[in-house]
Design a protein around this ligand. Sequence first.
Ligand code: TTP
Ligand code: MG
Length: 358
Amino acid sequence: MMKKTKNNDRSTIIHVDLDAFYASVEERDRPYLKGKPLIVGGRSKKGVVTTANYEARKYGVHSAMPMFIARQKCPKGIYVPGRMSRYQEVSREVFSILHSFSDILEKVSIDEAYLDITHLPVKPHTLVQELKEKVYSETELTLSVGISYNKFLAKLASDWNKPAGVKEITEEMVPEILVPLPIKKVHGLGPKSCGLLNNLGLYTIGDLLELSEDFMIDLLGKSGREVYHRIRGVDHRRVKTHRERKSLGIERTFPKGTRNRQVLEDYLITFSKELSQDLKAKKLHARTITLKTKDENFKIQSRGKTLFQHINDVESIHQVAHQLLSELPLDKPLRLMGLTASNLLSEDLQQLSIFDSQ
Ligand code: TTP
Ligand code: MG
């Protein structure tokens, strides 16, 4: 398999945001609503719009607008109350698909996530296309994706071609792409800071680029420094993952210490079968296999081998495990042995990466 060649060591981050999320779930559950302006929101007189589908947005309806104004703007719209638990359920479905693409995933809200895809041997656009198709075929929802080398730019990009859009912001596009944008597009500048800056006659990122770092810190406090760098395309925030599956493994403690290679080989065959089954059940392939041993003196040793391609079949796993064991001197009887698969890749990406390298 060909590895992704990179001309620099930048990260590749994608930001994913579902389109008109609550409204899209309502359309999915009640297909007769499709194509009609649909507004999800509170029923009381003081209620506001939670979200509106893109049909309704054409009439000027948007989130947080009082319902009575929405009804004036779009009298023919269909108005439905929200069903939070249903949205949570669909959100979980979507996130489990997103997880199968990259374990380095940060959930930002019910319909929004960052994924770090730097380590994956697939072109970002190929991955994004596959991800969109998979989410659509399994949930009937569309999403928009931003691709870039940091979180700020990826989020900015996902909003670029909504709905169902994909946009990449490369290093070469900065600062030109940022200069004309209104300052509210800068992550870290809330309504209060924007009001303050507007009062000084500063409206676009271009205006902010004229200011010195010290001036920005005076004006905005601690976040001034971040904003100063962010508008220059610098954002070192990492994608903070909550759940990261790094490896799968099996280990056994022996009834009594052994140096008998045949006995250990038999264990390895069993381990390889179990590991292969486990990987296949989770639709994962591994590139690194590690053999762990503990001897009678409780000395633990680990030896690993990283391959050029990802594997999950019994024979390939066993071949590596066998080689690792044969390299072990076995001075002392072993009390424990384990086999671990790491450097994991989901099956979808495995197929994509083969396709990508053709
Ligand atoms: P958003 O992603 O902001 O909006 P959206 O998905 O409806 O539309 P877009 O295509 O522009 O992404 O928010 C996700 C969901 O969160 C949205 O469907 C409803 C809910 N939400 C609120 O409850 N209150 C709000 O003020 C906003 C903006 C959203
Ligand atoms: Mg959304």
